[in-house]
Design a protein around this ligand. Structure first.
Ligand SMILES: Nc1nc2c(ncn2[C@@H]2O[C@H](COP(=O)(O)OP(=O)(O)OP(=O)(O)O)[C@@H](O)[C@H]2O)c(=O)[nH]1
Ligand SMILES: [Mg+2]
Length: 297
């Protein structure tokens, strides 16, 4: 062990789809956050712990920054603000393969206003045929703010992610590890299971469903050391959406269930019986009590 170690909290802030959760999973080395090609996948803060001989980085994944419409979205943006307040260092993650828009300006202003030391991560460099395309982007961001470091990365291909961890450690305060090495996340197994189901729903269904679906683990029975029974409710807003999720002859629900069960079994390291049922809760995205029940607080 080096004589001096560094530790602290690092927020991942960016627009929807920038690759925040992909990066979190990659760095922690385990799937703890749902990932999809649809925006607004992440709905609350998710903590992931990375322990190195030089110290400990506690990453805080956040929902992608967007204009809130429903109460759900306002809570998502409150989670972003909350994360910005509670961390030692902020990483702005930007998809370097898309052009700059108003959303980027908005995210940049959030990071600036936080007053926290910040790193700029230009993600998805694997998608750039010509890496010199990064240069104007770097110029633009450098003119706007004083970054501790600017690091081009690929969360998906695991490129430059070790450089990122070294940089984060360097800019965190001196201190001992905050969590034990085997404590990878603050998420409970019930939540992890529900998020695995939600991720499969995002994979298997089309464009409308992601926004109107919540998943809650209603029962989690550890029947034996090597066997669990898990019951998850899938909540949608309308009977027509329920039909879409269930599919003809329940084929789609079966597919979601089979894929999710395999993922959950991998996570728990043993066999699982997963039961899914679909409920309709009209306008749940605007109902505070339901949002609380679904853990979106
Ligand atoms: N090519 C490429 N794709 C990436 C990379 N990082 C993430 N992606 C893809 O980008 C999409 C969005 O990834 P997420 O990790 O869910 O993005 P996010 O920022 O967490 O999105 P929200 O939770 O909606 O805010 C997924 O399809 C990922 O596979 C990368 O480095 N390269
Ligand atoms: Mg995410």
């Amino acid at each position: 062990m080096p004589e001096v170690t560094h530790s602290g909290y690092v927020a991942l802030i960016g627009r929807p789809n920038a690759g925040k959760s992909t990066l979190l999973n990659r760095l922690v080395g385990q799937k703890i956050a749902a990932v999809s090609d649809k925006p607004q996948t992440t709905r609350f803060k998710i903590q992931g712990v990375i322990t190195k001989p030089e110290g400990q980085v506690i990453l805080v994944d956040t929902p992608g920054v967007h204009q809130p419409g429903y109460q759900l979205n306002r809570r998502m943006m409150a989670a972003v603000q909350d994360a910005l307040l509670g961390v030692d260092l902020v990483c702005l993650i930007r998809d370097a393969s898309v052009s700059t828009g108003n959303g980027d300006r908005f995210v940049l202003d959030l990071v600036k206003r936080s007053g926290k030391p910040s790193l700029l991560l230009l993600n998805k460099i694997d998608k750039l045929e010509d890496k010199s395309a990064l240069l104007p982007l770097i110029d633009w961001y450098r003119n706007e703010h004083e970054w501790r470091e600017i690091i081009p990365i690929s969360a998906l291909k695991n490129e430059m992610t070790d450089v990122l961890i070294d940089a984060a450690l360097k800019h965190l305060p001196e201190g001992p590890p905050i969590f034990s090495e085997d404590e990878l996340t603050d998420q409970t197994l019930r939540v992890l299971a529900a998020e695995i189901v939600r991720e499969q729903i995002l994979r298997v269904t089309g464009d409308e469903i992601p926004y109107v679906t919540a998943v809650v683990t209603e029962r989690f029975e550890e029947v034996r050391e090597d066997f669990a029974r898990i019951f998850c409710a899938i909540v949608v807003e309308r009977p027509s959406q329920k039909k879409i999720i269930i599919g003809r002859g329940a084929s789609r629900l079966k597919e979601i269930g089979t894929r999710a069960r395999k993922e959950i079994e991998k996570l728990l390291g043993h066999r699982v019986h997963l039961e899914l049922f679909v409920k309709v809760e009209e306008d749940w995205r605007n109902k505070d009590q339901l949002l609380e029940e679904f853990g979106l607080n």
